[in-house]
Design a protein around this ligand. Structure first.
Ligand code: ADP
Length: 266
């Protein structure tokens, strides 16, 4: 099944820059270099790629990788139809043919055979070998490969091989600094500056907590959700409980500790 999403974007979606990544992306695109974006979940990786695709006037094909995703899911397969067998391009092949930006989100989740097809695309050759049809598909000029992963989730079984990662220019993202994150909350949730500032202070206090068994800390995405609930009339502590505390943990003791921070900061 094809889980990809295709966007031909009009106006670029709002993106608050963190540290020169917009120019870096433009240079990588200009030089036909593939890009690897590392960073925790909800820190703006996907939004950045959507913004850049629109800015560069390229269609964007996004694939959310999962542990069942195989090379055939990316490249394509023969389908049996009423009039016989027909070849159907997968999302990566469509991007290579049409000169789109292909964004493989959480690429380390995908099955190992997928990296094999990425290698010749990610170096000077810029070709996609389609084994099943024998085609050596040269990438159209506007094609760019962008992959992301979350180093926090990484374990020994799920990491990129050096031979793969050394084909990519890498960008490391983290949560935006306070002023940028506040601007994001104001823009994304339509909240006023004082409320946005309080939520950012809360995020910073929660991010300093290291003694709890949290897999991940509060992301910009969760803050935006809390801000949106608050903007629509939900009381702030309730909004924070639902969008932040309960989203981060199932453990009652941890939730109580996080709640305490919420009460202390808000
Ligand atoms: P990731 O792909 O890193 O998991 P997303 O790009 O989906 O994260 O970001 C989650 C949400 O956070 C976005 O939908 C957006 O509302 C907000 N966001 C995070 N960072 C930014 C940013 N720099 N500019 C604008 N919005 C942002």
């Amino acid at each position: 099944m094809d889980h990809s999403e295709q966007h031909r974007l009009g106006a670029a979606p709002y993106y608050a820059e963190q540290a020169g990544e917009v120019a870096l992306f433009e240079h990588a695109f200009g030089q036909r270099l593939p890009l690897l974006i590392k960073g925790p979940t909800g820190c703006g990786k996907t939004r950045f790629v959507e913004h850049m695709a629109a800015r560069l006037g390229r269609p964007l094909i996004t694939v959310s990788c999962h542990d069942d995703l195989s090379a055939a899911d990316l490249v394509g397969r023969h389908l049996i139809g009423a009039s016989g067998t027909v070849w159907a391009d997968g999302p990566l092949t469509r991007a290579v043919r049409s000169g789109a930006i292909c964004y493989l989100d959480e690429v380390v989740e995908a099955r190992k055979d997928t990296t094999v097809v990425l290698h010749p695309l990610a170096d000077d050759r810029r070709v996609l070998p389609i084994e099943r049809t024998g085609e050596q598909l040269a990438a159209a000029p506007g094609f760019m490969l962008v992959i992301s992963y979350n180093p926090g989730y990484q374990n020994l079984l799920k990491s990129l091989k050096p031979s793969t990662r050394q084909r990519f220019v890498a960008l490391t993202f983290s949560y935006p600094e306070a002023a940028v994150e506040q601007a994001i909350l104001q823009a994304e949730a339509g909240v006023a500056a004082p409320l946005a500032a309080r939520l950012v202070r809360l995020a910073q206090a929660l991010r300093r907590l290291t003694d709890h068994d949290l897999e991940e800390t509060v992301s910009t995405r969760l803050l935006v959700m809390a801000a949106r609930l608050a903007a629509s009339g939900v009381a702030l502590p309730v909004a924070c409980r639902a969008a932040i505390v309960d989203a981060l943990t199932d453990d009652l003791d941890t939730a109580a500790a996080l709640d305490e921070v919420v009460r202390a900061v808000l």
